[in-house]
Design a protein around this ligand. Structure first.
Ligand SMILES: Cc1ncc(COP(=O)(O)O)c(C=O)c1O
Length: 391
């Protein structure tokens, strides 16, 4: 896959390592999502687990209906920084979680009838809506790590365990079964969900279709998505929620790094001031090879590319982990110490997952505002951020 959106900012200006969020690109995504809301009548929430860069929430808030939080801290962030609907869905809640969540949530989705029954009175007593996560037992997630409907999954109530006599106080049902998928996959998930749980849908106020909808990806069939939502809403008389994370900030952020050293062991290896393990962990866990502006993934080169991009380097990270390797890339020119490397699509599942393993410092976070034409650093990290996680 080629990087299809390029940063407008001057890379020379960026101190590395930094995540740079391009608010112009982010807004392009938000306009697509706004259009889906207008055409389908669905509500769209930002899944904070994918993207929680709250300095951009004033922009996102103009387009989306709220956030979906998967923990107490995300719910609090959503309440304090986003301020619209805060829909919480986690695999389980402690009593402490629920007590605190009462301050921040507009609805709480339970992963079992056990938990719903335990907290129902308290939650409903605070005017907060309750939902149940269902498991349609059908998914097209690409890998088991990201398949919530795999056999023996702990996520969602299966039809076998569904307690139809315990639905009083439940306003909605929620399922999440997709990962980077098109509307055609949603159509198949909906079919499975309807076959199993369809008879309960019209008793609900809302049905939440979860995340994993690649709505802002080129080629996504928005017409089909809107058709599916509209006919679902009409058929069951419910509101529909989508809670994408990835689609909100897809291709809207970059990780800018520099070459710190170049070593040789059977090939040229550039060591960067970033790290797959600490700054872009999905590269290792998914796994995948991110795109770099102005370079090719070495194994993807055509004959023609091999002439244009002859210099191959393995790009490795700063940690001691042997496998802290981002990938093998081909460049048009030799890399030098200080050369800048720009990884694309680094706004999602990166800042939220970054760690300080090995004491590696976190990248700064910067915003690029096209209207001003300038990059503004909104967060810098240092020794205290490493130390404060430990004791
Ligand atoms: C329950 C739930 N909702 C929403 C999302 C967001 O998914 P995505 O970022 O793929 O759109 C996830 C991702 O894991 C999820 O588990």
């Amino acid at each position: 896959m080629e990087a299809n959106r390029f940063p407008e900012f001057d890379i020379g200006e960026v101190k590395t390592p930094s995540f740079v969020i391009d608010e112009g690109l982010l807004e392009e995504n938000l306009k697509v999502l706004w259009n889906v809301k207008q055409l389908s009548g669905a509500k769209i929430l930002l899944a904070l687990k994918a993207y929680s860069a709250f300095s951009t929430f004033p922009l996102i808030r103009r387009y989306l209906d709220g956030v979906c939080a998967s923990s107490l801290h995300e719910a609090r962030l959503g309440h304090e920084e986003f301020g619209k609907e805060v829909v919480v869905a986690a695999p389980a809640y402690t009593e402490h979680d629920i007590k605190e969540l009462l301050k921040y949530s507009t609805s709480i989705i339970f992963n079992s009838f056990n938990q719903f029954k335990k907290y129902k009175k308290t939650v409903l007593g605070h005017g907060i809506e309750c939902g149940i996560r269902i498991n349609p037992e059908y998914s097209e997630a690409p890998v088991p790590l990201y398949n919530p409907c795999a056999p023996n999954s702990r996520l969602g109530v299966t039809i076998k365990n569904f307690e139809e006599d315990s639905l009083e106080g439940i306003s909605g049902l929620h399922f999440h079964a997709l990962c980077e998928k098109g509307a055609d996959a949603l159509e198949r998930v909906l079919k499975a969900a309807e076959e199993k749980f369809g008879k309960y849908f019209s008793r609900m106020k809302w049905i939440n279709f979860g995340g994993g909808h690649h709505i802002t990806k080129e080629g996504y069939d928005i017409k089909l998505l809107c058709r599916l939502i509209k006919s679902f809403k009409n058929k069951y008389g419910v509101n529909v929620y989508l809670e994408p994370g990835e689609a909100v900030a897809l291709d809207a952020g970059f990780l800018v790094a520099s070459v710190v050293d170049i070593v040789h062991n059977g090939m040229d290896i550039a060591i960067l001031d970033t790290s797959a393990e600490t700054h872009m962990p999905d590269v290792l866990s998914m796994p995948y090879t991110p795109e770099i502006i102005g370079a090719k993934i070495a194994s993807n080169r055509t004959k023609e590319d091999k002439k244009k991009f002859p210099y191959v380097y393995r790009l490795g990270g700063l940690t001691c982990l042997a496998g802290d390797v981002i990938g093998d890339y081909a460049f048009p020119e030799k890399l030098r110490i200080g050369s800048k490397i720009v990884f694309t699509d680094m706004a999602i599942y990166s800042m939220v997952k970054a760690t300080t393993f090995n004491g590696v410092n976190l990248p700064s976070i910067a915003l690029y505002r096209p209207k001003i034409g300038k990059i503004k650093i909104v967060r810098k990290f240092g020794y205290e951020d490493f130390k404060n996680r430990l004791s």
